[in-house]
Design a protein around this ligand. Structure first.
Ligand code: ISL
Length: 563
């Protein structure tokens, strides 16, 4: 019985969860005030986005002291109280580990910049170049060149993210030991694991070559994603740190295939326990990437991605399941229908996450069906949004079009404050929130959602409770049906202790089911469904297997069990 396989994770973006001081920024005491909420929902593990000291160029993903708490979020005493409060309630805590880069205000970088011959210079990637020609043509994730010129030493440093996030040089063994020591200090304090930020980017090609022979900026992923020493570093980290603790690890990994995934999470590999593969997060991307998003995406492709990972890792390593995180649009707006089927589609998506193989991750607000926002450009705070907008405007693009992309894909969609009540600022703060509250908070908020018997919140609560008592949903074998249906996600979870059938209509139209004969038998018992007979007066027995084995209402989810 492994807690990180059986547990359900709830992700908290601390800046946007609950503000205890009225300064408009969520904080640790805010989270402490909501611990009983987490118990009521039934989650077992909390993942906190970075809470370390940071100048907040990228909301905490630019860390200037790995051992201190961000002043805006509180103190180390608050952190200790939060950890104790979680543990008292049987909830574990995993922290964000951001070690591909740190802040340019971290003492290592300050010293590295000031002292080109000192010991910290090599903690980063410093390379020669002249003022108008960077060492290579790599593009930064946050637009522009991945290199920043330092006039004092006449060298450039590498930053795959913002220029305030210099990349750490993992080839340097002293740096690695510094990181391992830091990780041990957090484990010794009692934290239960780490979510590792862009961890498959830490091993760079030793020569940092340009992409092609163009000068034009290009994505250099082939030279730093799944790089040559990645597995050596992961195994070393495991040997030096992870194996000594009963801990959970999950690595954020863009651009991994199943073979690389197996190497990262294979139970015999001594690297990580899980990764977030991000393939389904790119389903709606256009040829030019995320800002080129298409309104349509294929259910067949979605199901085949999830199936490929489930079957690919089966018996080898463990999966993770999620629809979103703090970098992605709101799940119900992206994969559901946040207009005419907001509640039903949020429920349908929940049913999938909580019944597939792999540890389920719920992002704060998903449990009440929070939606995307459409703000004017000046309301956005995310540097990915603002730097891209500025760059594109300078290239002469139409601001209206740019805003459409931002509304669809911008990271601030996920970061608007948690909607607790229909009171001022949705009960998030008594002051002015750092990012505007979604104007729909009067309808969509925790207080209302908890009271709505057929709503999203109680549905999550019941699914969570079900997964906790019926381990077949955790360990059972996965078999999918109707793989070529553009509407229905259908599968069975089965082992010696149980036999579940999950049928989910991921569309706005009713769906006819064509299940194989052995599954179509009528001895299934309905465990849960989000649509009642009233939804379809012409089909009065919607709760009967004879009906739902043949037909699903729009966004209907059915969980059934055979005795
Ligand atoms: O979401 C993204 C691509 O769709 C990127 O914006 C994202 O930055 C990238 O995927 C990596 O994400 C992680 O590292 C970043 C940080 O800004 C993100 O919040 C984090 O999850 C740099 O630390």
């Amino acid at each position: 019985m492994t807690w990180w396989k059986e547990g359900i994770v709830y992700q908290i973006y601390p800046r946007s969860f609950a503000d205890s001081t009225g300064n408009g920024v969520g904080d640790l005491r805010g989270i402490i005030s909501k611990l009983d909420y987490l118990v009521e929902l039934g989650v077992d593990i909390v993942w906190l986005n970075p809470i370390y000291q940071s100048p907040n160029d990228d909301n905490g993903y630019d860390i200037s002291d790995y051992d201190a708490i961000m002043a805006e979020f509180g103190t180390m005493a608050d952190f200790d109280e939060l950890l104790a409060g979680l543990h008292q309630r049987g909830i574990r805590l995993i922290m964000d580990l951001v070690v591909n880069h740190c802040s340019d205000e971290h003492p290592w970088f300050v010293s590295s910049r000031a002292n080109p011959t000192g010991p910290y210079r090599d903690y980063y990637f410093w390379r020669d170049g002249d003022q108008d020609r960077a060492p290579n043509n790599w593009l930064s994730v946050f637009s522009g060149s991945a290199w920043e010129f330092d006039p004092a030493s006449r060298q450039y440093y590498l930053h795959l993210f913002s220029k305030k996030q210099p990349d750490l040089n993992w080839a340097n063994p002293d740096l690695r030991q510094d990181i391992y020591r830091m990780m041990r200090r957090w484990f010794d304090k009692g934290v239960d694991g780490f979510r590792m930020d862009v961890i498959n980017m830490i091993s760079k090609h030793p020569h940092l070559p340009s992409v092609g022979d163009e000068i034009q900026l290009s994505w250099g992923g082939e030279y730093f994603i799944n790089g040559p020493k990645l597995h050596d570093y992961m195994q070393e980290m495991h040997r030096e740190v992870l194996q000594h603790y009963d801990c959970m690890t999950v690595g954020e990994c863009f651009d991994v295939d199943i073979e690389q995934g197996k190497q990262l999470v294979g139970a015999d590999r001594n690297e990580l326990q899980m990764i977030f593969q991000m393939e389904h997060m790119a389903l709606d991307h256009g040829p030019a990437g995320k800002w080129d998003a298409q309104a349509t995406w294929s259910r067949v492709a979605l199901k085949s991605i999830l199936k490929r990972w489930i079957e690919g890792l089966d018996g080898i390593g463990w999966n993770s399941q999620f629809w979103m995180n703090h970098d992605q649009p709101r799940a119900v707006s992206r994969f559901g229908n946040d207009q005419s089927f907001r509640i039903e589609s949020a429920q349908a998506l929940a049913a999938v996450t909580l019944t597939l193989p792999g540890t389920p991750y719920i992002y704060m607000g998903e449990e009440i069906g929070m939606t995307n926002v459409q703000y004017p450009i000046e309301a956005y705070r995310d540097l990915e949004i603002t730097s891209w907008y500025r760059e594109q405007l300078a290239q002469g693009r139409d601001p209206v079009q740019l805003l459409t992309s931002i509304h669809r894909m911008g990271r601030d969609n996920a970061r608007t404050p948690m909607q607790w009540t229909d009171g001022p600022q949705a009960g998030f703060t008594t002051g002015m929130p750092w990012l505007r509250v979604n104007p729909n908070f009067a309808q969509i908020n925790v207080a209302a959602a908890q009271a709505e018997e057929q709503g999203v919140w109680p549905w999550y609560q019941r699914l969570i409770a079900l997964r906790k008592v019926r381990k077949t949903l955790v360990y059972g074998h996965y078999e999918s049906f109707m793989d070529s249906s553009e509407q229905v996600f259908a599968y069975r979870r089965r082992d010696a202790n149980g036999d579940f059938l999950v049928l989910v209509n991921l569309s706005d139209q009713p769906a006819d089911l064509t299940l194989p004969e052995p599954v179509r038998r009528d001895d299934w018992h309905l465990v849960m469904t989000n649509r009642g007979p009233a939804d379809q007066p012409s089909r009065p027995n919607l709760a009967q297997p004879s009906v739902w084995l043949q037909y699903l209402s729009p966004w209907q989810a059915v969980v059934a069990e055979r005795p």
